[in-house]
Design a binder for this molecule. Sequence first.
Ligand SMILES: Cc1cc2nc3c(=O)[nH]c(=O)nc-3n(C[C@H](O)[C@H](O)[C@H](O)COP(=O)(O)OP(=O)(O)OC[C@H]3O[C@@H](n4cnc5c(N)ncnc54)[C@H](O)[C@@H]3O)c2cc1C
Length: 473
Amino acid sequence: CAVLLQSFPTQVFIKSSAQYTAWDASFWSQQQAAVQPACAFQAAKAQEVAGSVLLSRLTQCPFAVKSGGHAAFTGSSNIQNGLTIDLQFLNSTTLSNDNTIARVGPGNRWVDVYSWLETHNLTAIGGRVADIGVGGLTLGGGVSFFSAAHGWACDNVQNYELVTADANILQVNLNSYPDLYWALRGGGNNFGIVTRFDLITYPQGLMWGGAVIYTIDKQSALIDAFVKFGNDVSQDTKAAIIVSFIYFSGQEISISSLEYSDPVTTYPSIFQNFKAIPAVSDTTAVQSLSQITKEFKVDNPDGLRESYWTFTCKLDADYLTFLTDLFFTEINPIKGVLGVLPVLVLQVIPTSTIKQMQKNGGNALGLNPSDGPLVLLNLAFRWASPQDDNAIYSTIGKITADAIAEAKKRGVFNQYLYMNYASQFQDVIAGYGPVNSQRLIDISQKYDPKQVFQKLQPGYFKLKGAPDPNYPS
Ligand SMILES: Cc1cc2nc3c(=O)[nH]c(=O)nc-3n(C[C@H](O)[C@H](O)[C@H](O)COP(=O)(O)OP(=O)(O)OC[C@H]3O[C@@H](n4cnc5c(N)ncnc54)[C@H](O)[C@@H]3O)c2cc1C
């Protein structure tokens, strides 16, 4: 830190300075904001990122890398007593001459990218909440409203500018380094630090979307509508949904987020089953993508305790009914926890999305079109105080373990674990399957023989094992 401070006095924040305190509060979750690095370095160029990797190696100083800071668990993108490399100033945005590629720095939040592209009637495949970072979302996968048509964010990166373990700056694409290009599509922070993502653009004007709130007596109708949607969406890939079951302020409710990439003025026919369910409120309207992401940001404030967990199953109404009932039963003992907000989120991974994942040599996630359609589950719990951590973690751990056991029993289990929704107790890379996880290990050893990104950057999902092997009980 002292060397960095000498060379970059305005870009390095040392512990206890006012700037450091403000910077450390800029993580989404309380758990990450509680981590205190020795210093934070706001690199503004790829060469500065490369220099800090070299310096870390030279001094054996452990480091972490932060893009939007939305990974929830401790140490994902911040490191106690180490160096946190913050990419916030790597926030350039440029369009290729023919407007087909948007070159964006990892310091951008998705709302910045969308607002800029909207001035060109274009969009890119990225996150659905305004201030999610381009970096973490894209390296772990990246579910977008447009994924049924185009795949996930990682499937729509034409080129990565990558700082490697030996501080080289590579342009990684299908032609230059096909193995590394494959590994970066789902491999997380294991292969280097991406200093620019070259994203494929798509024409996009206004769209239709918003959130619809239902009382919990609509649970069964919502699950049926969700399953029908999952079976139909590969034939109408303009549509996307997220169905959430929530315990909020003493009430069980459900919220559906419905989107369609055309600016339709009435519910598109693929959503007719949702329209038939009486709702408490409905914000669906013609609006821009950036407006929708801002609407969804309101429900996801910074500064609280957060835990995300995930698993994947086949699209099956009976199983989803079992799961929703299990969720509402198992949260009973924690309903008194201060500020608790437990959410069970259901999303479809349509067969059309999995087909898109096979383009350009495929991604590392290990999903096959013959597996689809799948359901991506996300248990997202929020609460206020560290004293309740154990109660919350053991509750989510039990729901997840019981739900997976039942999915296996019913033959609806899929081994895939989505990195961007996984907890520190889950082994994401193993979920990509033995062939893909071994291939990732081989590629890591080829480009990073000293295993810098496994050992010196210890946070988040490494290639072997869960970040925390002590599954809560
Ligand atoms: C409110 C909310 C909404 C969300 N919405 C969506 C959604 O719509 N779709 C979806 O798929 N996911 C969504 N997620 C999950 C999200 O994708 C993950 O939390 C993701 O990790 C966030 O990326 P980030 O850059 O903000 O996080 P960070 O914490 O900055 O990064 C996450 C990990 O990626 C690494 N990393 C980041 N940038 C780089 C880089 N340039 N080079 C190397 N490593 C890097 C970090 O070191 C860290 O390990 C959401 C999460 C939240 C909290």
